[in-house]
Design a protein around this ligand. Structure first.
Ligand SMILES: Cc1cc2nc3c(=O)[nH]c(=O)nc-3n(C[C@H](O)[C@H](O)[C@H](O)COP(=O)(O)OP(=O)(O)OC[C@H]3O[C@@H](n4cnc5c(N)ncnc54)[C@H](O)[C@@H]3O)c2cc1C
Length: 470
């Protein structure tokens, strides 16, 4: 007979999303929770990240709502200089470990099963002992839906000859040899981090070759600073974004206008990006990356052979002892969306653009506050994670509409202002009647919101028609 544990909720996954959900549940109710995770420590993919990984958004609105992650300082040196600090992977992991040991477990309402796999239908198996047990819960929360993938644990989608020095970025800091020539495969955030790490460690830009199948639109980190001194940048960028959407005459024109107003950045101004993953960069980082001149734009890699790399549109030679770094793991491997609330299952997804942890906390709050499943789903419409540049249209439209629906809901505004994962609501609510410049920005935002939504709706219809034609 299998042992059975009982609780109100089973949360599958102790990653950032699962932890943010449980935190709000424990803080705002007396519910009981079972957390199960295959990893030995909470933090999900951060457990396997490369040692030089950091957040790309300020620490002050990452983690869980009840516990501060930021030390409230701005970086004084480095490529994030002048901006609010970014927690390292090690800091993120220590934070979640403390949260589990000092808050969740002592609450007496959280039962945590590390190194255990959820097999479905209430069945859990310990990875180390092989023993199975069951859980009896009212609801299951799936925080694994996005299927996050990272370089250390993914398998590249192309064959690699055994003779090549091929490695994930995790291996680079452990190397004890001179790096003569290095090729980075992948133009996403991991590729960016790896190039920056090499440059910061003094590897000459001329020795770095960067395979970039697609260029990306990037967000300027200065516009994501949740402290008052950056009001003009952060909220100003929101106002400019809405104005430029409204003023644009085509999707391409919109992207270019958004770049001109400082909302978007790109690495090479002569290449029109086709990708958007929400990567957030400082201008100093962008400048440093521009020093790498050997950028290979020949599509995706098909194979890495003993003497060459074969790509979709050509091939490039490999030097003797050249190091090839695999940065092709795409953080999110499942981009489909589904309804958040079903009868007994809650599937965590983003309900605000690029904000998985805020979204998980928000979903927990809605779960606790409302009974009607239709109402819950209406308040938690998924804002899909983007891949292609044009998907920014759908994402921004849904994001703005959610904001609009939430503003109509009594009590939600106050909750948002008090949730540290929100980042910006408190800043907006804190504007005083004599802060004329800030009031002007808010006014610009109010004025541009409706025309921007109308324009996004037009672009959405256009994209839907185009996709029907293919
Ligand atoms: C390098 C990097 C930097 C990032 N920086 C930021 C940032 O600055 N800001 C931001 O908002 N987002 C950032 N992100 C996005 C990131 O994906 C999220 O912030 C978040 O960490 C994702 O957490 P998660 O809980 O959704 O998923 P995961 O971290 O993947 O957690 C899922 C967990 O579920 C467990 N699991 C899966 N299946 C099972 C099963 N069957 N049984 C038991 N356990 C299971 C896994 O072991 C894992 O621990 C970054 C992502 C990466 C890769």
């Amino acid at each position: 007979m299998l042992h059975t544990y009982k609780a109100d909720y089973l949360v599958v996954g102790a990653g950032a999303s699962g932890m943010a959900f449980v935190d709000t549940l424990v803080t705002e109710s007396d519910k009981t929770v079972i957390i199960v995770d295959k990893d030995d420590k909470p933090g999900g993919h951060w457990n396997h990240a490369y040692s030089f990984v950091t957040l790309h958004q300020p620490s002050s609105f990452y983690g869980v709502s009840s516990k501060e992650l930021s030390r409230g300082v701005k970086d004084k040196v480095g490529l994030n200089k002048g901006l609010n600090e970014l927690a390292s992977g090690a800091e993120v992991l220590a934070y979640y470990d403390e949260l589990m040991r000092e808050y969740f477990l002592p609450s007496g309402r959280v039962h945590y099963f590390p190194k255990c796999e959820y097999l479905g239908d209430g069945l859990i198996r310990s990875i180390l002992t092989g023993q199975t047990f069951t859980v009896e819960v009212n609801k299951t929360v799936d925080s694994t839906y996005y299927k996050t993938s990272i370089p250390a644990t993914h398998t590249p989608g192309f064959p690699v000859d055994d003779s090549v020095h091929f490695m994930p970025p995790n291996t680079l800091p452990k190397l004890q040899q001179v790096i003569q020539n290095v090729t980075i495969i992948g133009g996403g955030k991991t590729g960016i981090d790896t190039c920056l790490w090499l440059l910061e460690r003094g590897v000459p830009a001329d020795n770095i070759r960067w395979i970039m199948p697609r260029d990306a639109w990037l967000l300027d980190r200065k516009n994501t600073q949740p402290t008052k001194e950056f009001f003009g940048d952060t909220i100003g960028a929101q106002a400019a974004q809405m104005e430029e959407i409204a003023n644009s005459c085509s999707i391409e024109d919109m992207f270019l206008k958004l770049e001109q107003c400082g909302y978007f950045l790109r690495l090479d101004e002569s290449v029109l990006p086709k990708m958007f993953h929400g990567a957030t960069m400082s201008k100093l980082e962008v400048e440093a990356l521009r020093s790498i001149k050997q950028v290979v734009r020949l599509g995706r890699v098909s194979s890495v052979e003993e003497t060459k790399i074969v790509l979709e549109q050509g091939e490039i030679p490999l030097m003797d002892n050249e190091i090839v770094v695999d940065c092709t793991a795409s953080a999110i491997t499942n981009l489909d969306i589904c309804q958040v609330f079903n009868e007994n299952v809650i599937t965590l997804q983003t309900v605000r653009s690029y904000q998985p942890v805020f979204s998980a906390s928000f979903i927990a709050h809605i779960e606790l506050t409302y009974d009607d499943i239709k109402k819950k789903n209406n308040l938690c419409r998924v804002v899909p994670l983007p891949n292609h540049d044009y998907e920014w249209v759908e994402l921004t439209y849904r994001n703005m509409m959610n904001q609009f629906f939430w503003s109509k809901e009594p009590g939600l505004k106050k909750w948002l202002q008090n949730n540290r994962l929100d980042g910006f609501m408190a800043m907006v609510a804190g504007v005083k009647f004599y802060e004329f410049e800030n009031l002007k920005i808010l006014n610009r935002m109010r004025k541009a919101a409706k025309p921007a939504i109308a324009k996004l709706k037009e672009y959405k219809a256009q994209l839907e028609n185009e996709s029907k034609e293919y």
